[in-house]
Design a binder for this molecule. Sequence first.
Ligand code: ADP
Length: 248
Amino acid sequence: MSEEILLNVKNIKKKYGEIEALKGIDLEVKKGEVVVILGPSGCGKSTFLRCLNGLEDISEGEIILNNYGILGKEVEFEKVRGTIGMVFQSYELFPHMNVINNILLGPTKAQNRSKEEVEKEADELLKRVGLFNRKYAYPRELSGGQKQRIAIVRALCMNPEIMLFDEVTAALDPEMVREVLMVLLELAQNGMTMVVVTHELEFAKHVADKIVFMEEGKIVEESSPKEFFENPKTERAKSFLSSFDLYK
Ligand code: ADP
């Protein structure tokens, strides 16, 4: 991880009518850093990622992307859409397109890159996630874990500087969770800057440089994984962690 700050979030707030989903979030993400966001359902994790990627307007605050400027003000999100890649819980592949066409769509249409150039990159990425042999398959012919790995390749093909992952294993059968987490781990180890929302605590412990724990629209703890898992500071984090110990 370098000391260069890639993404700087300053006091962002988000309201849905009367509901204050984000109540002032500050966060710095360094180049190559893996930030894992934990917290109970409804605390604002997903809203936060969606704001970072411009899928939601923020009500207040600033999101500054290094080398570009303030997103939504100086820089249109559309212009940097590929720079901040995002993968969701559901894969959102186009069902009528095969794998390679799903992958090529963004880079060739939104980024105007040549099909040949992107396809070469896509082939390499498909090999990296172990799915080169499914290049011409349709989404319906793939398992959930495979679809999710393709969704990751599709986002990576836009050459993002930072990747956001919103509970990408939550909809998967347990045996497929691992194959997707292994892809995330490999990305992290190769220096990708990542913000990851997950409920996979063992994975979080292993992969995170920094754990951010949210409660009711705020960050209430920000620490190293070791510190967070061994010595959580707030009662809310303690009870959150103990809820995972039910069957241990
Ligand atoms: P998490 O990802 O931590 O489960 P969310 O970000 O999905 O939490 O939700 C945070 C809060 O914002 C919740 O109270 C939720 O009901 C509310 N919320 C999220 N999306 C919307 C929306 N599109 N319209 C209204 N309220 C929303």
